[in-house]
Design a protein. Structure first.
Length: 395
């Protein structure tokens, strides 16, 4: 088997079972014939450390698959890993009330670079690393026979693949082509999802638990949902008794789908208002009009794609949170999020504290939030924690 030897002292992260090996840690490679193939990993003194997928283009040169010398990386290996991930979710996902959730969460499910989401009778996959791409055929075969969906659709149309030397792709992998809109249920709420062209794999499944929490803060409240996308938070707010919802998003297509989702759940046009606008500009407009609201949700897209963008992203997060705090009535509630992996929980908390200080208001943190329960985070891979959220009250 092909092998990789690490430089002296560069095995510490592997001994802690962190699944990434960067190019600078590698001393030598031997007998590698194909990008993405499985290699044995050895320390500088030739001690076996694990098996991993080799990527000649990425800074993350190896993504570890197993630390057990007795494992054989083959179809059965991936079959067991997939079944393990499915079994885990059976412990906490009630499929009678929710049929849209994450089945495989990449490194945190010991399947690096692989994302699989279920939307009713369809699966949506992302093969984000060259190692996952190498085993794509086998993985699709396992998913089709284990879960027996109507179809499997690929959404590997993401820039991160280019770092692996892979082109962006999307399309049918197996079975039926999904309809333009797939209807799913989430906590007994109904949503139409565009899995072919929507954000991520079609819906922000990682916000499920946080949407549910919002409903507890919404009764008789006037709620502003910023970066509202297809209205996920808005449906939950109205289900929680919100008096009025204002959805703001730059995408007319997303707002049109949010209108369908609100209607699907029994709400009328009098219950909500859709505004197509840039959120930063719209918040300033409301500030200049001395508008006041009871609840504001800030769930922006990723502001920092790389470490070099952290400073600029931090300014953006502070800007919208400062504006939101000034717009809230006394005892108003702010749900604010960052999905940028490069923005740590500590930094995000500092940004919120700085915004609070500059707002001139008293801000109390009620709860820290993170991604939904099916987006598991394994302890030896802290990078798996990417969604940070804070609920605070502003007085």
């Amino acid at each position: 088997m092909a092998s990789v030897k690490l430089k002296k002292g560069r095995d510490k992260s592997l001994l802690r079972k962190h699944p990434w090996i960067f190019s600078g840690a590698i001393d030598s490679v031997k007998d590698i014939k194909q990008n993405g193939e499985t290699v044995q990993i050895f320390s500088a003194d030739r001690k076996f450390l694990g098996y991993g997928s080799y990527s000649e283009h990425s800074q993350i040169t190896i993504r570890v698959l197993s630390y057990d010398v007795n494992d054989k990386i083959d179809l059965d290996f991936f079959n067991q890993r997939v079944k393990r991930a499915i079994e885990l979710r059976k412990n906490f996902i009630n499929t009678n009330t929710t049929n849209a959730y994450r089945i495989i969460n990449a490194e945190s499910d010991f399947l690096p670079g692989l994302i699989v989401d279920q939307y009713a009778d369809f699966l949506v996959c992302q093969f984000l690393s060259v190692g996952a791409e190498f085993w794509k055929k086998e993985i699709v075969e396992i998913l089709s026979t284990t879960i027996k969906p109507e179809g499997i659709f690929e959404r590997s149309d993401v820039e991160v693949r280019e770092k692996e030397g892979l082109r962006q792709v999307k399309g049918i992998l197996w079975g039926k082509e999904p309809p333009d809109l797939v209807e799913v249920i989430e906590n007994n709420n109904r949503f139409l999802v565009n899995i072919k062209h929507g954000h991520k794999t079609g819906f922000y499944l990682d916000q499920r638990d946080n949407r549910n929490l919002l409903s507890q803060f919404s009764n008789s409240k006037e709620v502003l949902n910023c970066f509202s996308y297809t209205g996920g938070f808005s449906v939950y707010a109205l289900k929680g008794g919100a008096k009025k919802i204002i959805n703001v998003d730059s995408s007319a297509e997303a707002l049109a789908l949010s209108e369908k989702n609100l209607s699907l759940n029994g709400f009328k046009s009098l219950d909500y208002e859709n505004i197509q606008n840039d959120v930063f500009k719209y918040l300033r407009k409301l500030r200049d009009e001395n508008k006041q609201l009871d609840v504001i949700i800030l769930d922006p897209p990723k502001f920092a794609e790389s470490a070099s963008q952290i400073e600029k992203a931090s300014r953006g997060y502070k800007d919208i949170n400062l504006l939101a705090m000034k717009l809230l009535r006394k005892n108003g509630v702010l749900f604010t999020f960052s999905c940028s992996g490069h923005i740590t929980q500590e930094l995000f908390s500092k940004i919120i504290a700085d915004a609070a200080n500059d707002s001139g208001k008293e801000v109390n943190i009620l709860r820290y939030l993170t991604q939904a329960i099916d987006h598991t985070i394994i302890t030896n891979f802290p990078e798996g924690l990417y969604l940070k959220g804070i609920v605070c009250t502003v007085r």
